[in-house]
Write a protein that binds this ligand. Structure first.
Ligand code: NCD
Length: 290
């Protein structure tokens, strides 16, 4: 049994193994677990992460329970720990959790005897998103090391950015970061967005996380797109082979010009497809005793 809480605790070799297994599953390899049930506990909204975990579970013969927090005892004040312990008690074999609290898993690890797979913890981490991002980039370029990546937008509230910056730097990728002042995380150094579009292999956009901002940004949609998003003018500057990524959901017209979502350089829907296979690899790791 292995939890996946953050990629920071994984060696590079383990991450490469997960990418290789995801690739095997994408190419048609199958692995089936009989008589297993997973519970997907999503306390924050999710379309892609939750449903691609469900898809991965179904492809591996795993039955799924999907908690509706609104109709659960969470509404009566039950804690996350007691909720997860309940699923363990009723015989569930693994849990996928997304919660608003950063590092929510620290209250569970060591006390829960079924694997926990982190589907996102507040503005903390999003390990399966990074795995599918790395898989997409590796498919495109055949390597990771040495590639130049621009990550721009709402760095402060983005668990996707945080997980990717750490693992990409560890993998020897050159990561450039750009963000508007109120959305900077002081942990990083920033570059001027305008200098970067023509130089990088990957432009990774982030959703403006309006729901996590106390006050909406003091910027119009047009200003944001022109300065901190991917406009048509910036698309024209990108290298021929460069690609666009976005974890989605996207705010069309804010971080990306609506016409670029399905442009030739966009790999946004390929990322979603890869998400199923990356999660299959994570499930295999969680269940195997190796
Ligand atoms: C991201 C998330 O929820 O962290 N989406 C996703 O999982 N694909 C990004 C976001 O919501 O902005």
């Amino acid at each position: 049994m292995k939890h996946l809480t953050t990629l920071k605790e994984l060696e590079i070799s383990e991450i490469m193994h997960l990418l290789d297994r995801a690739e095997d599953f994408k190419k048609g390899e199958t692995k089936t677990y009989a008589n297993m049930v997973f519970a997907n506990l999503f306390f924050e909204p999710s379309t892609r992460t939750q449903n691609s975990f469900i898809m991965a579970e179904k492809k591996m013969g795993i039955q799924d329970i999907n908690l509706n927090p609104e109709a659960s005892s969470i509404k009566k004040g039950e804690t996350l720990y007691d909720t997860v312990k309940t699923f363990e008690a009723i015989g569930v074999n693994g849990v996928v959790i997304r919660a608003t609290e950063e590092k929510y898993y620290e209250q569970l690890v060591g006390k829960i005897n079924i694997p926990i797979m982190n589907g996102g913890d507040g503005a903390g981490d999003h390990p399966t998103q990074s795995l599918l991002d790395l898989l997409t980039i590796r498919q495109e370029f055949g390597k990771l090391e040495g590639l130049k990546v621009l990550i721009l937008g709402d760095i402060r509230f983005s668990r996707v950015a945080k997980t990717n910056i750490e693992i990409m730097r560890r993998l020897g990728m050159d990561v450039f970061i750009c963000a508007p002042e109120p959305l900077k995380d002081p942990a990083y150094d920033y570059i001027d967005c305008d200098d970067a579009f023509g130089k990088v292999d990957v432009v990774m956009l982030l959703r403006v996380q309006h729901e996590r901002h106390e006050h909406r940004m003091n910027m119009t949609q047009e200003e944001y797109l022109a300065n901190y998003g991917l406009s048509k003018a910036r698309y024209a500057e990108m290298k021929d082979h460069a690609i666009i990524m976005h974890p989605a959901p996207f705010n069309r017209g804010w971080e990306i010009d609506t016409d670029l979502v399905e442009s030739p350089k966009s790999r946004i829907f390929k990322q979603m497809d890869n998400g199923v296979y990356a999660r299959m690899a994570v499930i295999e790791r969680a269940l195997d005793r190796a």
